[in-house]
Design a binder for this molecule. Structure first.
Ligand code: AMP
Ligand code: GLY
Length: 414
């Protein structure tokens, strides 16, 4: 029987979700609003992802068997609740559970209640408290805007004045201890009670090679992590994901969707850097490229309380590397309207793209494309990704050249 799924959002993550769902011949994919990339794997509908009533009405009109809400902004705004109110299975947390990402202070409160290891932190409501907290922890300073900021609300710096300036631009501020050690992104599906982990991935947050420059939404990612300690996934599920899901259920706000734990493997053990309430971007693109379990079945199981006793997810044996092609000026002031060529190659996922009045593909956001290469090894997957990037044209566009390089060279130590 054909199943119909509506994916909500318009980024690279939504293109990857739509692509992976559409690999299944039984699944018809609709996207609201989507982008020119999603139009090649499903049907785009011009509905605002933030308009919960309109999304719910579209899901009803399509007879959707499942709705997958991709980005954090609609989740935090309650779009999943609006669809659930129509009796349609939804993969994506309620507004109440999405606060795990929407408020860093709430996430810290949940972690404290659930005994989940994270950075020691102070919530500061005025500059006096900020300065006191900075001097308590010392450099490097970590200052975070409490609300959603698309990955750009955080500054990590040894410059005390820069830390203070960043805090002055935020309404409520978290100041926290610096975490050393490599970062890991661990995703797990949750049906509110049971969880099913993905393989770990690593994301590159800084804009420049060698982790130079400001934080971005993410400039690239790869999976698997050959350097990860054995048993890492089990440890994260046991000490981080399951206790967090249990705590949210205990509070009457079960988390149905994807728990994304951003972790630091520090010299003192693993610590949560942040939670997200949705698939991460760009980790999703390489992860779903390697996923062999049919995606519709497992997302539907999560949306309907059916993950208990589910088989582990199945993965292809090789590696996948995703490299973001960003627009001139990203992340500060990305330029729009530049013509894009070469985006029709295999493994290219669209994010900030649009068609201009003449039907030509142009840039329309900071992260324009994510290019995924695969291979038996990380080195081979890197070569494949960068070969595809080399065939893409975007005036002023740029990529990091070192995505997965240290891992491919066995230079990451956990
Ligand atoms: P967040 O939005 O909390 O994920 O922070 C964005 C990025 O800033 C993270 O992926 C880390 O690279 C960095 N970061 C955040 N918190 C810390 C911390 N306590 N210590 C070191 N780096 C951090
Ligand atoms: N890759 C980081 C994020 O999705 O927030």
């Amino acid at each position: 029987m054909t199943q119909s799924v509506l994916v909500v959002g318009s980024g690279g993550r939504e293109h990857a979700l739509a692509w992976a769902l559409a690999r299944d011949p039984q699944v018809r994919v609709h996207i609201a609003p989507g982008n020119p990339g999603t139009a090649a794997v499903g049907t785009n509908h011009p509905v605002d992802a933030l308009d919960g009533e309109a999304v719910a009405a579209l899901a009803v009109a399509l007879g959707a068997d499942l709705v997958v809400v991709g980005p954090e902004a609609p989740l935090v705004a309650g779009v999943a609740d609006d669809v659930r109110a129509k009796g349609i299975p939804v993969f994506g947390p309620s507004a109440a559970a999405a606060r795990l990402e929407g408020s860093k202070a709430f996430a810290k409160e949940i972690m404290e209640a659930a005994g989940v290891p994270t950075a020691d932190a102070r919530l500061c409501l005025d500059m006096g408290e900020v300065v006191a907290a900075l001097d308590e922890f010392g450099p490097p300073y970590v200052v975070k805007d409490d609300g959603l900021a698309a990955g750009k609300g955080v500054i990590v710096t040894t410059d005390r004045d820069a830390a203070i300036r960043h805090a002055a631009g935020c309404r409520a501020v978290i100041v926290e201890e610096f975490l050393d050690g490599p970062e890991v992104s661990l995703f797990a599906l949750s049906d509110g009670t049971h969880v099913l982990p993905f393989e770990p991935a690593q994301d590159f947050k800084r804009v420049g090679d060698g982790d130079a420059g400001p934080n971005t939404g993410g400039m690239g990612a790869y999976t698997p992590l050959p350097w990860a300690p054995p048993g890492l996934t089990d440890e994260v599920v046991r000490t981080v994901i399951q206790p967090t899901v249990d705590e949210l259920r205990r509070r009457g706000t079960p988390f149905v969707g994807l728990v994304y734990a951003g972790l630091a493997l520090t010299s003192r053990g693993l610590r949560v850097v942040e939670f997200n309430c949705r698939f991460g971007d760009p980790e999703t693109q390489p992860l779903l490229t390697r996923l062999e379990t049919p995606l519709f079945e497992v997302l539907h199981a999560a949306a309907t309380g059916g993950l208990g006793g589910h088989a582990p997810l199945a993965w292809g044996s090789g590696a996948a590397v995703g490299v973001v092609v960003a627009a001139h000026g990203y992340p500060d002031s990305p330029r729009r309207g530049d013509p894009i060529t070469g985006a029709d190659q295999d493994g290219v996922f669209h994010a900030g793209t649009a068609l201009d009045a003449d039907g030509r593909l142009v840039s329309a956001g900071g992260r324009v494309l994510t290019v995924v290469g695969t291979g038996d090894t990380l080195a081979a997957a890197r070569d494949a990704a960068y070969a595809t990037v080399a065939r893409i044209g975007l005036p002023g566009g740029f990529s990091r050249s070192d995505i997965a390089l240290k891992a491919a060279n066995a230079e990451v130590n956990a």
